[in-house]
Ligand binder design. Structure first.
Ligand code: CUA
Length: 310
């Protein structure tokens, strides 16, 4: 969070440094006072302590006025930063809806033209230098959207809609993490926000809007067949095929993502095979069931097919 990628996160990082510095000063002052008091007690004979001044002034200033002043400063500093949550709306915003699921992120790119809208999962691309308005909803329990290098955290609450804004000043792969305990695999609920130059972003958008490509080889074609006729299609969508399930992540371009299972594993053929065959062994509690009915060659073909969905 201290290596910030944009102005919103920088404000929070600056506030954090300010609070660390201020509390360090207070801590040193308190410990120093304690130390002085302890030394005096030891060196002076108890009977010789001056009782004429009970130290009322010291207690009032040190125990009430000074702490009140410090807390007021902290309050004003914190409110001036959190008060701009979310920052004011500007004209040219990119609108993205993020849905929290146990335990992955659904990501919907909004567009005035419904034909241009599309869904993906766990990997959000945003353009550098443009405000992104992220609408946050939950499909099950409370999650929390946190991309520390770009913005503070905000909860996704069932039945409620929250809104947060992101702004990346420089390109980068910013890791995000669910920040509200949401069940057994809360720790395995990561996401990546990839900020890229506007040209690269436009290319990415164009590629994501396209339906999936036809399988390029026999193995991938067997995989597609197994996918659309088997149980995969009941939960997953691959645009361009008959698979239109809405329970799990949209897999139309799953091959283009760097990880699978919400940042749990690198997106390799081996990991896809393991995931397809027995997801609960890798992520206990996941809604993706083990599929012992699949033969080894079907698992191999499915992984080949998923890898080809670029
Ligand atoms: Cu979702 Cu923690």
């Amino acid at each position: 969070m201290f290596s910030t990628g944009g102005p919103y996160a920088s404000r929070i990082a600056n506030l954090t440094w300010f609070l660390i510095a201020l509390s360090s000063v207070v801590f040193v002052a308190v410990v120093a006072t304690l130390w002085i008091a302890a030394r005096r007690r030891r060196s002076a004979d108890a009977h010789e302590i001056d009782q004429s001044d009970p130290g009322t002034k010291f207690v009032v200033i040190g125990g009430a006025i000074l702490p009140a002043a410090v807390l007021l400063v902290v309050f004003i500093a914190a409110m001036s930063v959190t008060g701009v949550f979310p920052p004011r709306t500007r004209g040219d915003e990119l609108a993205i809806k993020v849905t929290g699921y146990q335990w992955w992120w659904g990501i919907d790119y909004k567009d005035p033209d419904p034909q241009a809208e599309f869904s993906t999962a766990n990997e959000m691309h945003i353009p550098v230098g443009r405000t992104v308005r992220v609408t946050l909803v939950s499909a099950d329990v409370i999650h929390s959207f946190w991309v520390p290098q770009l913005q503070g955290k905000l909860d996704l609450i069932p039945g409620d809609t929250n809104e947060i804004r992101l702004f990346a000043s420089k390109p980068g792969d910013y890791r995000g993490q669910c920040a509200e305990f949401c069940g057994a695999q809360h720790a395995h609920m990561a996401m990546h926000v990839i900020a890229e130059q506007p040209d690269a972003f436009r290319e990415w958008i164009a590629s994501q809007r396209r339906a999936s490509a036809a399988p390029a080889n026999t193995l991938a074609a067997q995989g597609e067949q197994a996918f659309v006729t088997g149980s995969c299609a009941m939960c997953h969508t691959v645009r361009g095929t008959r698979a239109a399930g809405m329970i799990g992540p949209d897999l139309t371009h799953v091959g283009s993502r760097a990880t699978i299972a919400a940042g749990t594993l690198p997106n390799t053929t081996e990991n896809l095979e393991a995931w397809v065959a027995n997801a609960p062994s890798l992520k206990p509690g996941t809604k993706m069931p083990a599929l012992p009915q699949l033969s080894g060659s079907q698992v191999r073909a499915l992984a080949e097919y998923l890898r080809s969905l670029r």
